[in-house]
Ligand binder design. Structure first.
Ligand code: SAM
Length: 223
């Protein structure tokens, strides 16, 4: 049974989510499973109450600690770029609000998500429990090291902008799997899709320009 808050939220915001999904489908998010997952994810409960009227606009919003919940369109494009079938184990770096992880939870077997700010990780855990999501595990730490004890992963999403793909994380990708993430200078990055061809070879494709908050860590930017 879902808690009253999450249930009331689902009923109250359902039309706004349908409109959002229509807009995203016209803007290039075409995978029906990804659109359905976005339609089923109550983004408004993951943001400060005062911002809830903007929950289903396609824009990033502040969540405290100087961090943001990603725009639904970005979440849609990154999720779609993983080309998911349903059996995958996914690593996410940068839990933030838990929105991306919640969307993924509908589409894959399991998600390991790492967040460096303990309060954000705690809040995201509570919200995902409220949504009765049981296949996402959130850890606190420097995600630029990945989490090899749970790997290898069929797909990896890096949801903060780093100078380059963190090497330890790339090496936790299963052969044939893809890492999606924003890399480049601090003020503007390119969203890339990197496929692991074999043990030592990776192929990179640029998906477009983007701008994310910093990936801070040993294999990211200095704090
Ligand atoms: N995926 C999130 C969501 O759906 O709300 C949005 C992520 S927000 C744009 C980026 C997040 O990455 C922030 O919460 C930030 O604290 C986190 N972050 C930055 N560097 C990190 C690192 N090295 N390890 C783990 N998390 C990191």
């Amino acid at each position: 049974m879902k808690s009253a808050e999450y249930q009331a939220g689902l009923a109250g915001y359902v039309r706004a989510r349908s409109r959002l999904v229509l807009k995203l489908s016209e803007a290039g998010v075409t995978d029906p499973r990804v659109l359905a997952a976005i339609k089923n994810t109550p983004r408004h409960v993951l943001i400060p109450e005062i911002l809830r009227v903007r929950a289903y606009q396609d824009r990033a919003l502040p969540i405290g600690e100087g961090q943001t919940i990603s725009a639904p369109g970005v979440v849609g494009r990154m999720t779609q770029a993983l080309r998911l079938k349903g059996h995958e184990r996914i690593l996410e770096i940068g839990t933030g609000s838990g929105y991306q992880a919640a969307v993924l939870s509908h589409l894959v077997e399991s998600v390991v998500s790492i967040e460096r700010i303990p309060d954000l990780a705690d809040t995201a855990r509570q919200h995902l429990a409220g949504m009765e999501i049981g296949n996402v595990k959130i850890f606190v730490g420097d995600g630029t090291w990945g989490r090899p004890e749970n790997g290898p992963y069929d797909g990896i999403l890096v949801t903060a902008g780093g100078p380059a793909p963190p090497k330890p994380v790339l090496l936790q990708l299963r052969v044939g799997g893809a890492l999606i993430g924003p890399f480049g200078p601090r003020d503007r990055q390119q969203l890339v899709r990197i496929v692991r061809r074999d043990r030592t070879r990776f192929a990179q494709e640029v998906l477009g320009d983007c701008s994310f908050v910093d990936l801070i860590g040993e294999h990211g930017w200095a704090a």
